[in-house]
Design a protein around this ligand. Structure first.
Ligand code: DOR
Ligand code: ZN
Ligand code: ZN
Length: 448
């Protein structure tokens, strides 16, 4: 038998252990994992010289823009950024231009993504106004539905509890995940209004307007209004101790609830805002150290299920404005997330096991990506290959993303993704993109 590819001298993460082995790949799937002499012949052989091999990592929270926002990012630049950052699958958010929340906008976005993507990609939809359309979009393969509670983006009236209830009920019936941006719009609007009236428009004022209570209120409201529905709630970018406590209680009560943290909220605090200025303005914002500590503990203890980059590219002009109320919120993260987390592994703050759990196993489970998340015979041959000893310095000017700024510019990190394979195809090699746009696959949720 001759297979497509065999990788030799791998240190691969398999069932909780790091094992020295070879990996055979045929037609985009693992066909054999074992000792070198047991490997079949192959068209291509690559010696990995002891590099670490992880199951392809999944970033379940990215904003890849494209369509009418290609000036910020497009699928080619965004998924090049993903491949360079060690992600083989990304799940893309729907706050686009046009907003992805109809069968037409969803199918159109899927067509564009298919031709341009370098990694596997699943698309979220926003809620449509008419909930019968939700079933149709879900049928087209939406990976989940996004609910922005901090500002009105989709078709669900977020000021109306009954509308939220209906939305959760419909999502439950369609057996789809609802990814939630939990901030209370009304409270934030009131706070912002006060600050603007008093001509307070600095970075600190933004943090004071987006208090942690606004997050807790929104989490409580989402849990309350989803009561009795079958919806799976996935809370994005949790930032507060109390928010996390609320989610822990819901989990304990048997509710179908999971949550995500971003490296921003795990590694930066509100104290960094003055130093970093507008580029560190993200939603929800950075918090005080006590929250950061609680989140890190939440990751270590398994209360936080996933880590997502919340890659949110903007132009540098959009990030360098005078008033904080005019700044576009968000920061790119695809090329920094994994190295930052690898550095925490090196510092023995988190384990490799945890890394694989939050970036592969849990996202695969939450989003029903049944062929992903594990290095196992028969699964998709998505691989993230890491030089875990490499010391290097983050340089935002070299990002593949169009957004060439970062709160982590010039940070010293340890550990670098050096190769990314997607369905058995080498996409990124030593920071070079070596495959063509369209090499990645579209992931459509299979509707039962
Ligand atoms: O920081 C953020 N950026 N938070 C959001 O909710 C939206 C995102 C974006 O799309 O830029
Ligand atoms: Zn968000
Ligand atoms: Zn986001």
């Amino acid at each position: 038998m001759i297979v497509d590819l065999v990788l030799h001298n791998a240190k691969a993460y398999i069932k909780g252990e790091i094992l020295e082995c070879s990996i055979a790949i045929e037609e985009g799937k693992y066909i054999k994992i074992g000792k070198q002499p047991q490997m079949p012949n192959a068209d291509q052989k690559i010696d990995l010289h002891g590099l670490l091999v992880l199951p392809g990592l999944i970033d379940e929270h990215v904003h890849l823009r494209d369509e009418e926002k290609t000036y910020k990012e497009d699928f080619i630049s965004g998924t090049s950024s993903a491949a360079a950052g060690g992600f083989t699958t990304v799940l893309d958010m729907p706050n686009n231009q046009p907003i992805t929340n109809s069968v037409k906008t969803f199918k159109n976005r899927l067509e564009i993504a298919k031709r341009r993507t370098l990694v596997n990609i699943g698309l979220y939809s926003e809620f449509p106004e008419n909930l019968t359309t939700l079933t149709k979009i879900s049928y087209e393969g939406a990976i989940g539905f996004k609910l922005f509670m901090g500002n009105q983006i989709g078709g669900l009236n977020i000021d109306d509890d009954q509308a939220l209830k209906n939305g959760f009920k419909a999502a439950g019936e369609a057996n789809t995940v609802v990814a939630i941006h939990a901030e209370d719009k009304n409270q934030i609007t009131l706070n912002e209004h006060q600050f603007k009236k008093n001509k307070r428009n600095g970075v600190k004022d933004y943090l004071l307007a987006h208090t942690e209570q606004t997050e807790v209120q929104a989490i409580e409201r989402a849990i309350r209004t989803s009561e009795g529905s079958n919806a799976c709630l996935h809370f994005c970018h949790i930032t507060s101790k109390q928010g996390l406590e609320t989610i822990k209680e819901a989990k304990k009560a048997g509710k179908n609830v999971t949550c995500e943290a971003t490296p921003n909220h795990l590694l930066l605090t509100s104290a960094d805002t003055a130093r970093l200025g507008m580029i560190a303005i993200i939603a929800p914002p950075l918090r005080a150290k006590l929250h950061q500590d609680a989140l890190l503990k939440g990751v270590i203890q398994g209360d936080i299920d996933t880590i997502g980059s919340d890659h949110a590219p903007h132009t540098i002009e959009e990030k360098t404005v005078d008033s904080v109320w005019d700044v576009k919120v968000g920061t790119p993260g695809l090329e920094t997330t994994l190295p930052l987390m690898l550095t925490l592994v090196k510092k023995k703050i988190v384990t490799f096991q945890k890394l694989v759990e939050v970036f592969a196993e849990k996202p695969a489970e939450i989003y029903s990506l049944t062929n992903k998340g594990k290095l196992e015979k028969g699964k998709d041959a998505d691989l993230t290959i890491i030089d875990y000893k490499r010391h290097w310095t983050i340089a935002a000017s070299k990002f593949k993303s169009k957004a060439k700024f970062s709160p982590y510019n010039n940070w010293e990190v340890i550990g670098k993704p050096v190769k990314t394979f997607v369905n058995g195809i080498l996409i990124m090699d030593e920071n070079e993109i070596v495959a063509n746009p369209g090499s990645g696959r579209i992931i459509q949720k299979t509707t039962q």
